[in-house]
Design a protein around this ligand. Structure first.
Ligand code: IVH
Length: 675
């Protein structure tokens, strides 16, 4: 290779890396795997090593700082880890260490590398004071507000050093990731790419209402500043973490010698798919702090630790066709239809292609052989095309032409990546109608998929509410409908008219408004008219900070920025207002039933719920209180009348005790409600 082409490649790599870093770190929308990213970085490192005199400015890989956050210095820098996928490199790391430390009996701690967001959590005089992201290693973003929502982090430590920086990773459990994505899918929203990006996005949410809905977890593994120094080894420190009640790995067997460490790494490779968090490797660290000191560090990496990364599961298969999936809200997602192939323990026949840009960038074509990947619980992804196997007659994929062929009249709005249907398609209309009638909405007996299809195809129904306008004769026109079945469906529709307000709200299919939010909205607004007429300030209170930063305070539980925007935009569409009008005209109940069980002495009393009650769920407890005429609030203040505390009640209970608020357990609550 000539020097010139090398230098060109350096420039090219630097641009690519900066772009992918931005997608991963700031947009939380990665387009390539970590594995491919690491390959680019390794390649750049090799080339730049050859031409040190041409070294460019630091690329700042890994800097997670974003706008709108207060930045804080770390007392001790948060270093990164050197990465390798190669056993030889790993052994070389061991040999270097043994030489530097002058012994073969080095003790190592081997842990899973948790794929989340690095965090430094500071305790002063034993009190939790703040949580800060890694940032550039020296200075990160203060995310205390969101980390404080994690119940498992102790607030107070007994016998703690005066200053303690605990290092850990905040992540999202795979089950929680799937739960949130299932919710998004049901609401017709774009899915999150992977748990790490969802965790990163959640940590940085300014909207606490939204943050509260997504459960983050944290695991602690490291020590930053500690004054006075109190530990001799990492394993010592981790035992203390456990005693203090921090979430940390239970088993920390110390491995003597690099061979034992390597065995532990391989063990982890076997175990990792059963762990509840996403992991992409193992971290191997020298246990004794004195030896860590002695081994030293570069400006970026310690010499005493290394990350051994497991390559993600990949497979090759043929992409037979690209199909278009239309969500309930009309967003179009291209999907790869694959020859089924076994990958990470399951058969994969479809993979997401994200959007039109992604297909163009990777030049993915029908008939191509593609490499697909599944890491963690990620929806399988098409990584790249195996060009050597491309058929001679292959044609670039024309996204817009395909939409046209399929009769999908779609446009791109603003700078959104997704195409959206201009008007609802047949499929959307069917899904909308099925949703409208489903068990969690108006629960219309007899109106399932098959009937919905017929209603839409026969043009008897366009908007879901049209189902209420059909007469006997029209129902009789449907396949398989006889006197009896028509009687049934008409009875089903009659019953549906009497259902609770929240069901009518949920039935509208407002993006981001799931069942729980519909209930919260019904409780708050008490009537569809009021919801329809809501102004932004009725949904959300805006606060402007001293420094001009804007933050939002929820008025309604479950309604943050995203949800309120959805609601406002939904009702700004005249078609949607017509639906509501038609629902009214059809005689649907659109008001919250007056509570019939008001209990004397409870009217307008304010309750706060905290912890887990033995038999009542949060919502049940809330319903009981509200039915009795009481109010439920999220935070304890002087105005709180009762705090209902269950197991693992946290700071709200402490605050209630401080303020002298009456504290009830479940039995006490039931007693005063006469339940
Ligand atoms: S130790 C001096 N242990 O990996 C290095 N890091 O690529 C201290 N990570 O920024 C890090 N799991 O966010 C350590 N068990 C673990 C880890 C872990 C995940 C992350 C951490 C760090 C990154 C380095």
């Amino acid at each position: 290779m000539s020097k010139e082409t090398d230098l060109e490649e350096i420039q090219h790599l630097r641009r690519l890396i900066a772009r992918y870093e931005d997608l991963y770190r700031r947009k939380n929308a990665p387009e390539i795997s970590d594995f491919e990213f690491d390959e680019l970085v390794t390649r750049l490192g090799k080339l730049e090593g050859k031409y040190q005199e041409h070294a460019g400015p630091e690329l700042g890989i890994g800097d997670d700082r974003s706008e709108g956050f207060q930045q804080r210095d770390h007392r001790e820098p948060m270093l990164s880890l050197d990465n390798t996928y190669d056993e030889g490199d790993f052994r070389a790391f061991g040999e270097r260490l043994q030489k530097a430390l002058g012994t073969n009996d080095v003790d190592f701690v081997v842990e899973p590398k948790v794929d989340g967001v690095a965090l430094s959590i500071t305790y002063e005089k034993g009190r939790f004071v703040r949580a800060v992201t890694r940032g550039n290693g020296n200075r990160g973003d203060d995310v205390t507000h969101n980390i404080a929502l994690i119940q498992s982090l102790p607030r107070e430590l007994t016998d703690a050093p005066d200053l303690l920086e605990i290092r850990g990773e905040v992540y999202m459990e795979l089950a929680e990731f799937q739960r949130l994505n299932a919710e998004r899918e049901a609401e017709g929203e774009a899915l999150y790419a992977n748990p790490r990006n969802l965790a990163a996005g959640t940590v940085k949410l300014l909207d606490q209402v939204e943050a509260r809905k997504r459960r983050l977890s944290v695991i602690c593994y490291g020590l930053g500043a500690c004054e006075p120094q109190a530990f001799a080894s990492l394993s010592d420190f981790k035992r203390r973490l456990k005693d203090w009640g921090f979430p940390t790995r239970n088993d920390i067997p110390v491995q003597r010698g690099i061979e034992a460490a390597w065995k532990a790494v391989q063990q982890l490779d076997l175990l990792r798919r059963d762990l509840p968090f996403p992991t992409d490797g193992a971290v191997v660290k020298v246990d004794r702090l004195a030896e860590q000191q002695k081994a030293g560090r570069t400006s970026k990496f310690p010499h005493w630790a290394v990350a051994f990364k497991f390559p993600p599961d990949q497979a090759e298969t043929i992409l037979r066709a690209i199909s278009m999936q239309v969500g309930r809200t009309g967003a179009i997602t291209p999907v790869a239809e694959l020859d089924p192939v076994l990958l990470a323990g399951s058969t994969v026949a479809r993979a997401t292609l994200h959007n039109a840009d992604e297909i163009a960038r990777k030049d993915i074509r029908e008939g191509d052989t593609v490499r697909i990947q599944k890491a963690g619980e990620i929806i399988p992804q098409v990584l790249s095309v195996v060009l050597a196997k491309r058929p001679a007659d292959s044609q670039p994929f024309n996204f817009e032409a395909r939409l046209k062929e399929l009769g999908l009249d779609a446009v791109r709005v603003g700078d959104e990546a997704a195409y959206k249907l201009r008007a609802p398609s047949r499929d959307m209309k069917i899904r909308r109608l099925v949703h409208f009638a489903c068990k969690q909405c108006l629960d219309i007996d007899g109106l399932g998929d098959a009937v919905a299809e017929q209603l839409i195809d026969s043009k008897l129904v366009d908007a879901p509410v049209d189902a209420f306008k059909l007469n006997r004769g029209e129902w009789m026109m449907l396949d398989g409908f006889k006197e009896k079945s028509v009687d049934n469906i008409i009875a089903g529709l009659e019953q549906a008219k009497q259902r609770e307000l929240w069901r009518a709200i949920h039935a509208l299919g407002i993006p981001n408004v799931g069942m729980q939010t519909a209930k919260d909205l019904a409780r708050h607004f008490k009537a569809m008219d009021a919801l329809e007429a809501a102004k932004p300030s009725d949904l959300l209170h805006t606060k402007v900070g001293k420094k001009g930063g804007v933050s939002y305070e929820s008025v309604i539980s479950g309604v943050g920025v995203e949800v309120s925007e959805s609601i406002l935009s939904f009702f700004s569409d005249p078609n949607h207002r017509d639906w509501v009008q038609a629902m009214r005209a059809a005689g649907l109940n659109l008001v919250e039933a007056a509570s019939t069980t008001a209990v004397t002495g409870i009217a307008d009393k304010t309750f706060v719920l905290t912890g887990t009650l033995p038999s009542l769920g949060r919502d049940e407890a809330r319903d009981l209180i509200e039915k009795a005429g009481g109010k439920v609030s999220g935070s304890v203040s002087k105005k709180t009348d009762y705090v209902v505390a269950g197991e693992e009640a946290g700071s709200k209970l402490t605050k209630a005790q401080e303020l002298g608020v009456t504290i009830l357990d479940e039995a006490g609550l039931r007693a005063i409600l006469g339940n």
